[in-house]
Ligand binder design. Structure first.
Ligand SMILES: Nc1ncnc2c1ncn2[C@@H]1O[C@H](COP(=O)(O)OP(=O)(O)OP(=O)(O)O)[C@@H](O)[C@H]1O
Ligand SMILES: [Mg+2]
Length: 207
């Protein structure tokens, strides 16, 4: 089973992934957690170029191709091998993030994005995707609190520093993705408390 978590900054992805992993471990499952961009040594190098404040001034096409170069490495050298060995794989962000941020957020052509996706990872998709939906202001406030003690050129905030209207398009983008893939995506109200979100995730994976 390949499970991904999506949603804006501060929506609670990392928090919920840790809780879900603990749940699986308690039930005796092999589970690995990983993240995008990154997840392998090569892809983590690309991550730095993409997410650090001074990572680079990429054209939109170069940025999308870097995301999918990293994702291709991640899928081929880590995710698929782990799934073949019977592990559950939980990933913090995946293709939907590129569609939501670069596509819906920045207006990158969705058809071209989809073509690059097909070239990079074929029809590989998560089995289940949790989209943590939160009001833009609340999400940024949560992310901001967490970063208060780390603020320098390596801070991973290139995307968090974008304007509120970008984050609104991002949120609507995620909701559109969920509408287009109702069998894979589950939208959760991320303003609920941590335990309530977690128990909805547990119910969903037991379906
Ligand atoms: N349901 C919740 N209610 C209140 N606070 C929460 C909730 N879930 C997470 N938080 C808190 O909000 C902050 C951000 O959570 P977390 O790091 O899990 O979000 P994230 O989606 O992984 O963010 P990022 O995309 O920036 O990595 C943390 O301080 C976390 O403890
Ligand atoms: Mg996180």
């Amino acid at each position: 089973m390949f499970i991904t978590f999506e949603g804006g900054e501060g929506s609670g992805k990392t928090t919920q992934i840790e809780m879900l992993k603990a749940h699986f471990v308690r039930h005796g499952h092999e589970v690995i957690t990983t993240r995008e961009p990154g997840g392998t040594p090569e892809a983590e190098k690309i991550r730095d170029l993409l997410v650090q404040r001074e990572g680079g001034n990429w054209t939109p096409l170069a940025e999308v191709m870097l995301f999918f170069t990293a994702r291709h490495m991640h899928v081929e050298t880590k995710i698929k091998p782990a799934l073949r060995e019977g592990s559950i794989v939980i990933c913090d962000r995946f293709t939907d993030s590129t569609i939501a941020y670069q596509g819906y957020g920045h207006g990158f052509d969705l058809q071209i994005l989809n073509d690059i996706k097909t070239m990079s990872i074929g029809d590989f998709e998560p089995d289940i995707t949790f989209i943590l939906d939160i009001d833009v202001k609340d999400g940024l406030a949560r992310a901001g609190k967490r970063m208060a003690n780390h603020d320098d050129a390596t801070t991973e905030d290139r995307f968090e520093r974008l304007k509120t209207d970008f984050h609104e398009r991002l949120r609507q983008g995620y909701l559109s993705i969920a509408n287009h893939h109702p069998q894979r995506c589950i939208v959760l109200d991320a303003t609920q408390n941590i335990e309530d979100v977690h128990s909805q995730i547990i119910s969903a994976i037991q379906l």
